[in-house]
Design a protein around this ligand. Sequence first.
Ligand SMILES: [Zn+2]
Ligand SMILES: [Zn+2]
Length: 357
Amino acid sequence: MAPSLPVTEVVRPGLWSIAVPFPDNPLGYTLVYLIESDRGPVLVDAGWDDDESWDALVDGFRAAGTNVAECYGVLVTHVHPDHHGLSGRVREASDAWVAMHERDAVTIQHLSSAMEQDGKRDRHPTQTSPDFTDELLAVLVDAGASETELAAAPAPTVRRRARQFRPLVAPDRTVDDGEHVDVPGWDITAVWTPGHTPGHLCFHVPEHRILLSGDHVLPTITPHISISRRDRAGDPLGDFLDSLQKVACLDTDEVLPAHRHRFGDLGQRVTEITRHHLDHLADIEAILADGPASLWQIAARLRWNRPWDQYPLGLRRSAVNETAAHLRYLARRDRAVRFKGVRPFTFGLPEGHLPER
Ligand SMILES: [Zn+2]
Ligand SMILES: [Zn+2]
């Protein structure tokens, strides 16, 4: 069940937290932060693109004593639609600039060209996307799911995912690592934290010893780290673990995440999340110690937060993509090998290798 919506509140003088509903999702809401400035309020993230969410955002501006039309800018932590979804609508209502890291801006270009393709075939690409189902199945088949398993699996959760293909707006500005962002009267530094997405950004406010962490560091949950079919070269898990160390060094008393609630001990949370992934890596090595296995077989044997046979196809795809990110990490470090040219994707331990456990 989705958690209840927190009220709009002051976190530090001139900095507000507004919960924007994330409908049909167990996360329940995105925490958007509004920072007052002489040029007008600046948002960190805008929330999911939906009327209910928009109304909550508008109410949040009002509770903070301002209104959307006054908005000066939107700093986007990352391109996911529960963060960047409403940026375009805020820009239309206010002329605010929208800014994000270049690497996530590239994702929008890919999505919009995919949508153009979609639009040529289907006049309602935001409804049910047949391409999504095709791609979903392709991922599962390449991973090694059998026909019987695919037929027996619970129905895919296509509708909600397909909605993520609503057009996301391209940014007006890009933000680099270490940049002092344009929030007049504030000293706020962008910290590039690739992993959850290639262009994920956190924002550090040293004067208040706070970190606006987006989805990079969350309390009680870990962000999804996965390999997409387009990504043949990246090491998102390696990037993510490095990005965790990067923020752990920052002078911080409190973390303002985009989901759940604020929390205090950043160093401890970084340690816990790192441990979670190191355990996952060790589990994979232990599975491979039994002999070569397909990506699907490995994913099915790992510990997830629900039993594998209760996972709908969409979640199995996420689990497979996350497992692929862990295998990429191991392969980069000569702790696993992928058998070249073999379908489904199959992995084993390098010769003479003993798992680190
Ligand atoms: Zn995200
Ligand atoms: Zn999110």
